[in-house]
Write a protein that binds this ligand. Structure first.
Ligand code: ATP
Length: 366
């Protein structure tokens, strides 16, 4: 990510060697991270991987056991949440139930001692930003729908005029359609406001849609940080490759003639060198289902495997096939995903040849 002038934006938040221990257990460890000013950074990871612990330290609700967190170069490890120019938006929203939409949004301004007329004007302005109709100003917040309350909470967060907004799974309780709509709106809001957003979610789909960069956590560590394309297209290990999408993984051993021998799938394969330049004798070749294709007579591909279709699933505009390859104890299931227009004809011979090119796969050491 670069500015129009071509510079890398300076970090607003910087984490160096951050660790958090609970009773001898490292919930978070070895975190080094530069958060760039104005970026939308999403932290994803399985349950228990340390996302919330990391966010709590960033928001000031917890102090690191070790390491430093700086904001614009100032050490903030021990700075309480209300002293930080940051704001946290939760899943539960924590709105005042007996107050109106306008009062909820204007609350941070009231605390700051802003006069009533200015408060109202600013609240109405923020309602426009989050696309709440003006006549909602006096509406009781509990009479609003889930999505509307979400917008109230967002507008209130903006009323604090924070430099960084933290989001802790704010959309997870909403239905699918509303969630999809709000994902796009949040992304627009991020662009319009130019604020730094740090977002935590289980949902990789959410992360992919909204983020400039994604950080993937596993067992307390940040294992990869990159753009959605980097995370999906160049994962650093099998954990990341599997966490961010479906994969076909084949274990291979280096052969003598430049090709690699399949360990868990019979065959000899052409393999792209690992992206980290490692020299490996054993590796995993990972192919996303959409990069696998069916080969007809005369079709070529650098790699091929014979198999049998035993299941197909409709994914709407796409179809996914499950293919059995190998036999006996070495049998394995591979996935192929095609657009519906390229589906296998019904009743076709269920014996198929799968093909892929080395450049469309990645080679990982672990
Ligand atoms: P989820 O997605 O389920 O919310 P998470 O990735 O946010 O999970 P954390 O809540 O950060 O994970 O928890 C990381 C680990 O630290 C877990 O094993 C959790 O049990 C542990 N942990 C978190 N907070 C505490 C605490 N206050 N005391 C003891 N252990 C804790």
């Amino acid at each position: 990510q670069t500015t129009p002038a071509g510079d890398t934006p300076k970090p607003i938040l910087q984490l160096v060697g951050v660790r958090k221990t609970f009773g001898g257990f490292n919930a978070v460890e070895g975190i080094d991270l530069d958060v760039r000013e104005g970026e939308f950074l999403t932290i994803v990871g399985p349950s228990g991987s340390g996302k919330t612990t990391l966010l709590r330290m960033l928001a000031g609700m917890d102090t690191p056991t070790e390491g430093n967190i700086t904001l614009h170069g100032e050490l903030i490890n021990d700075m309480p949440p209300n002293k930080r120019p940051t704001c946290l938006v939760f899943q539960s929203l924590a709105l005042f139930p007996h107050k109106s939409v306008g009062e909820n949004i204007a609350f941070p301004l009231k605390v700051k001692g802003v006069d009533a007329a200015t408060r109202k004007a600013r609240a109405l302005e923020l309602m426009r930003v989050v696309r709440l109709p003006e006549n909602y100003y006096d509406k009781n917040v509990m009479k609003c729908s889930g999505g509307e309350r979400q917008r109230v909470a967002l507008a209130r967060a903006f009323a604090y005029d924070p430099q960084v907004l933290f989001f802790d799974e704010p959309l997870s309780a909403l239905d699918y359609k509303l969630k999809k709509a709000l994902e796009k709106e949040l992304k627009d809001l991020h662009r319009e406001t130019g604020k730094t957003f740090i977002y935590i979610t289980h949902s990789l789909e959410e992360a992919m849609v909204m983020s400039d960069r994604i950080g993937v956590m596993r067992a307390g560590r940040l294992v990869q940080v990159g753009t959605p394309e980097e995370i999906y297209g160049a994962p650093v290990d099998r954990f990341v490759s599997e966490f961010v999408g479906e994969v076909n993984t084949i274990k291979v051993k280096r052969g003598t003639d430049g090709t690699w021998d399949g360990v868990d799938v019979p065959g000899r394969f052409t393999v792209r060198p690992p992206q980290d330049g490692a020299t490996l004798d054993e590796a995993f070749v990972v192919i996303r289902p959409e990069y696998m294709r069916f080969l007809g007579p005369g079709d070529t591909a650098e790699n091929r495997i014979e198999g049998t279709v035993y299941n197909e699933y409709s994914l709407g505009s796409r179809i996914q096939y499950q293919i059995r390859v190998g036999s006996g104890a070495g049998e394995k299931v591979m996935l192929v995903e095609l657009s519906r227009s390229r589906a296998l004809p019904p009743g076709a011979d269920r014996a198929v040849t799968l093909g892929w090119d080395a450049a469309d796969a990645f080679t990982l050491g672990s």
